[in-house]
Design a protein around this ligand. Structure first.
Ligand SMILES: Nc1nc2c(ncn2[C@@H]2O[C@H](COP(=O)(O)OP(=O)(O)OP(=O)(O)O)[C@@H](O)[C@H]2O)c(=O)[nH]1
Ligand SMILES: [Mg+2]
Length: 190
C-alpha cells in the first residue's frame, strides 16, 4: 500500500463541532466537552482505496481572537472542510464570511472544499434548512453533507469526500497544464 500525505484545514465558527469531527476521525469517539481550540495540528491515517493517507489536519479556531492563525491556513492547506451547525443561523453566516475571505486569499474558485452542516441530531431545534446548505455548496461548486459528529461513518465519509475533491482539482489542473503546453507547442510550430 502506498502512503500519501495531504494537508487540510477544518474551518467554521465557534462551537460548530470542528474539533469533535477531528476527534471522531482520529479516535472514534464523540467529545461531549467543549474546549475552545486556539490553533492545533493533528494527524490522522485514512485508508483510501489502495492508498493510505496521512492527513495533517489544521483544526482552526472559530474565534476572531485567532483569526490570524486561521487565515494563515488559507494559503497552506490543500483542501477545506467548511463547517457550520444546523442549529445556529449565526454559524452559517459566519461560515459564508470565512469562505469569502478564503476565496479572496486563494484568488481562485476551484479550491477543494466540502461544506458540512453539523449537529443534524439536533433537528428539533434546526435553524438552517438543508436546502440553504445545498444552495451554498452549489454556488461554490462543491459537495454538501449534513451529519453529526456523533456518527463515525458519516464523519469518515466527509473527509474521504474532501480527498476526492482534492484529486478532482488535481486532475483539472493537469488537464489545464496539458492544454497550455499543447498551445505553447502549437505557437512554437507556427
Ligand atoms: N449535539 C451535538 N453536539 C455536538 C456535535 N458536534 C459537536 N458538538 C458539541 O458542540 C460543542 C463544541 O464542539 P467543538 O468541536 O469543540 O467546536 P469547535 O468548532 O471546535 O469550536 P472552536 O474550537 O471554539 O472553534 C461540544 O460540546 C461538542 O460536544 C454534534 O454533531 N451534535
Ligand atoms: Mg475546536
Amino acid at each position: 500500500m502506498t502512503t500519501r500525505q495531504v494537508q487540510i484545514a477544518v474551518i467554521g465558527g465557534c462551537s460548530v463541532g470542528k474539533t469533535a469531527l477531528v476527534v471522531q476521525l482520529i479516535s472514534a469517539l464523540f467529545e461531549e466537552e467543549y474546549v475552545p481550540t486556539a490553533d492545533e495540528d493533528r494527524v490522522a491515517m485514512l485508508d483510501y482505496g489502495e492508498t493510505s493517507i496521512k492527513l495533517v489536519i489544521h483544526d482552526t479556531s472559530g474565534s476572531e481572537k485567532f483569526a490570524e492563525a486561521r487565515e494563515e491556513k488559507y494559503t497552506t492547506a490543500e483542501g477545506f472542510l467548511a463547517v457550520y451547525s444546523i442549529e445556529r443561523r449565526r454559524s452559517f453566516n459566519e461560515l459564508r464570511m470565512f469562505l469569502e475571505k478564503l476565496q479572496q486569499v486563494r484568488g481562485i474558485r476551484s479550491i477543494p472544499l466540502v461544506v458540512v452542516g453539523n449537529k443534524v441530531d439536533l433537528q428539533n431545534v434546526r435553524e438552517v434548512e438543508r436546502s440553504e446548505g445545498e444552495e451554498l455548496a452549489k454556488t461554490l461548486g462543491c459537495p454538501f453533507v449534513e451529519l453529526t459528529a456523533r456518527e463515525r461513518d458519516s464523519v469518515v465519509g466527509a473527509f474521504k469526500q474532501l480527498i476526492r475533491e482534492m484529486d478532482k482539482t488535481a486532475v483539472v489542473r493537469k488537464e489545464n497544464m496539458k492544454l497550455k503546453l499543447t498551445h505553447c507547442t502549437l505557437c512554437a510550430l507556427l
